[in-house]
Ligand binder design. Structure first.
Ligand SMILES: [Cu+2]
Length: 275
């Protein structure tokens, strides 16, 4: 008597698996946005969503690093679980004692090195993008961090806004423009930090630090000093209001006509010789 082929159930299962994988892949292709959102939700782990072109670079680096860390973590947990179950105590006999396994030792030296090299590569590429300065920025803003407040120079309007206790400075910026920041400090090290920009840069006495940012989303964002700069360091908050270019230009015009028109802080013409 012939036996019923035993491959049939397995074949059905494999076909089902192929169909499921195909449907999954098709779903991913047709809902790229959903896949991206799921990727961000899984690996964003607390990072604010960026509102600048440069922040997007930092954000993507973070997502990639988190995904790599998760992959390594899961792999290590699986290895631990495997070793725990496979080699758990089975008798009172001493297990076979081994020393040195050159291939394994080379592997666990080389693999972390490769992981670090890949992370280093993407970090260096991302850092170069974030630090890139354009030959001709659209707007230049002077940033002065001093104990214990911020001063912003609208160099195009020749007007400055200085934060005072109870009235922190508000920096107005146009959306979609290349904005160059030139930082100086008359006293100690401060750090210009806007969390939603995913960026901070130290403000160091005796030197000018420069960076560029292009904001992609209008809104009002909080900023802080991220360097413990003295007793009243906690006072060093400010805000950044990002508006359309037309609104920014009319704001500059109003500042030129009447410096006291600034929303916050104390505004005045930039003294001769300052940024
Ligand atoms: Cu400070």
């Amino acid at each position: 008597m012939r036996q019923t082929p035993s491959r049939a159930p397995g074949g059905v299962r494999r076909t089902g698996l192929r169909l499921a994988l195909g449907a999954g892949a098709a779903g991913l292709l047709t809902s790229g946005c959903d896949a991206r959102q799921a990727y961000e939700t899984t690996f964003g782990v607390g990072f604010p969503h960026p509102v600048t072109e440069q922040g997007k670079v930092t954000y993507d680096l973070w997502l990639g690093s988190s995904a790599a860390a998760a992959a390594v973590g899961v792999f290590v947990w699986l290895l631990i679980a495997f070793a725990g179950f496979r080699y758990r105590k089975k008798s009172e006999d001493l297990p076979r004692q081994v020393r040195y396994n050159l291939p394994i030792e080379v592997l666990y030296t080389v693999v972390p090195f490769v992981i670090i090299a890949v992370l280093f590569f993407y970090t260096a590429v991302g850092e170069n993008k974030v630090n890139k300065l354009s030959p001709k920025p659209d707007v230049t803003i002077g940033v002065v961090g001093e104990q214990w407040n911020w001063q912003f120079h609208y160099t195009d309007a020749h007007v400055q806004t200085t934060g005072v206790p109870g009235r922190p400075a508000q920096l107005m910026l146009p959306v979609g423009k290349k904005i160059r920041f030139v930082e100086t400090s008359p006293d100690v090290i401060h750090s210009f930090w806007v969390p939603k920009f995913l960026f901070k840069r130290d403000v160091v006495p005796g030197r000018q630090n420069t960076f560029e940012i292009t904001v992609t989303k209008m809104g009002t964002y909080v900023g802080h000093c991220a360097e413990l700069c003295g007793e009243k360091h906690d006072r060093m908050d400010f805000s950044v209001k990002v508006v359309s270019d037309a609104d920014y230009q009319s704001y500059l015009s109003s500042l030129r006509a009447d410096p006291s028109a600034a929303d916050n802080g104390v505004t005045a013409a930039i003294p001769t010789g300052a940024n």
